[in-house]
Structure formats: C-alpha cells, structure tokens
Design a protein around this ligand. Structure first.
Ligand SMILES: [Zn+2]
Length: 285
C-alpha cells in the first residue's frame, strides 16, 4: 500500500499534494434547490437528486472522500440503499475514486459515457497528461450513455451532454427541478480545464483539441438557472451556500453563472493551447 501511495505522489506531483487533503475533507451536506442536495467534500462537488422512487448520485469524490459522501447522505436522512443510479462527470481520481465503494454500498446501477468506460474500468486517466495516470479504484460501468442520452427516475429526467476534452467521456448533465413552485434548470458541469492535458502531439488522444472546442460550442448552447460544478470554487458554491445560510433562499439561482464559466474556461484553454504550441515549436525549430 505504501508503495502505491508513493507512486501516486510521483505521478501527481502537484495535484496529489495540494489537492488531496481538501478534496477528502468533510463538509456539511445541504439542500441546493428543490430535490437537489450537495453531499460532497470540502473541495469536491458531489450531488444527490432525490425522488419518491429512489435517488441519483452524481460523482463520488476521492476514495477517502466516499466516506464523507456516505455520512452526508445519512445525515440528510436518506438511505444509501435507496440510491438507484450513480452517474459521473469524468473519469479522474478526485471525482470517481470513491465510486467503486459507493456502488458497493448502495447497490446502484452505474451509468457512464462510452468515452470514459475504459478509464473507469481500468482506474486510469486515458491520454497523455503531465501528471501521469492518476490511478483510482476501477469500477464497472453497468450502462453506457451517449450524447443526448437520458436517465429517468421518479419523475426526474437527467440528460447527458458529451463534453469531451478534459477526459474523452467527460459528461455534463442537465435536469429540471421544482423549487418552491419555480421550475429551475440545473446543470451539473463536467470539467473543461486543461489540467495537465497534453494538447499538442498527444498520440493517445489525437482529437483532444477538436473535442475541447466541440464541448465549448455545446456548452454555449445550453442554458441553466443553477450551475453546479464538481470543483465548488468554479461556481462560487461555498459563497452561495453561506448566503443561503444567511437567509438568501435563491442563492444558487444565477443564469449568468454558466456563460461566465464557459467563456473563461474557453479563453484559458486557447491560451494554454497557444503556450503548448509555442513550446512545441521551440523544441523543433
Ligand atoms: Zn478532472
């Protein structure tokens, strides 16, 4: 075990050390809006949608963080065994490292994109990344899903939008929830950061740049009242939670949050692509 941990630290020199503590640390669970709850850790967003016919869990945090997620679900008064489906935003250890344990403890059907299937079932990142493979506990995908695919349970329908690039099968999910008489469109945003991905000359993922650009195009076409991200800081989730605690009942409603994030992420992506292209030219004059 010690050998595995040492190897992980080597593979993820920055992410493993800077992120892991916060990514697995406890955070109180709370209701976001309607039947959508935040059940993740301090640094990783994990969301629960409840229905009278059972529940859906989105992502599973880190392997250590899975214990936090389970405790949070119980603290809200829900039963793990009532979770019928689990879905993911993307096959990276900080978001799905805990899925194998959560799948075992809930007995849920795990639904994931075909693009992420290999990574999930082998517990690795697919494609060249400067941080390496980022190993995590592998988990079997019970049902594959593609662009526009839907998952329905107890009157809730989740729609899958393929937003590849960050990983091959990165998935953004949308649904409508009833929040005190208002219908709110909620988006569970897959990651679009470059996060160490090799964008120039990546033989294991040659279409990576085209995929990112397709994802930005798709995300610009979506609208949402509530933006929920798997890294809370990308949508000011903690500040909104604090505002809610202080009585702002619609603290998460912000239709501008999604376009703002997409525009910033796209600009960051193009800047990083240019940086890598310039560095590549420098290497091969
Ligand atoms: Zn990621």
């Amino acid at each position: 075990m010690r050998k595995v941990l040492a190897l992980l630290a080597l593979l993820w020199p920055v992410a493993a050390q800077a992120g892991e503590a916060e990514w697995s640390a406890p955070h109180a669970p709370y209701k976001v809006a309607g039947n959508v709850y935040a059940v993740g850790t301090e640094g990783i967003g994990v969301y629960l949608i409840t229905t009278p016919q059972g529940h859906i869990l989105i992502d599973g945090a880190t392997e250590k963080g899975a214990a936090v997620v389970e405790a949070n679900i119980a603290a809200l008064g829900f039963k793990l065994r009532d979770i019928k489906y689990m879905v993911e935003t993307h096959a990276h250890w900080d978001h799905v490292g805990g899925v194998a344990r959560l799948k075992r403890d809930t007995g849920a059907v795990f639904v994931a994109s075909e693009g992420d299937r290999y990574g999930l079932e082998h517990g690795v990142h697919v494609g060249d990344n400067i941080y390496g493979g980022g190993a995590f506990a592998p988990v079997r995908v019970d049902r594959g899903i593609g662009e526009g695919g839907t998952l329905t349970l107890g009157g809730i329908t989740l729609t899958a939008h393929m937003t590849p690039g960050h990983t091959r099968g990165d998935t953004t999910w949308t649904t409508d929830v009833n929040d005190n008489g208002f219908v709110r469109r909620v988006i569970f945003y897959g990651s679009t950061t470059t996060a160490g991905n090799v964008l120039v000359n990546n033989p294991a993922y040659p279409d990576i740049v085209a995929d990112y650009r397709l994802s930005f195009k798709r995300l610009k076409a979506l609208k949402a009242d509530i933006l929920l991200t798997n890294h809370p800081e990308l949508a000011d989730i903690e500040a909104r939670y604090q505002a809610q605690l202080h009585g702002k009942t619609d603290a998460f409603v912000d239709p501008q949050a999604l376009p703002k994030l997409v525009m910033k992420s796209e600009a960051d992506f193009e800047a990083e692509l240019k940086r890598q292209q310039d560095a590549h030219k420098g290497k091969h004059p």
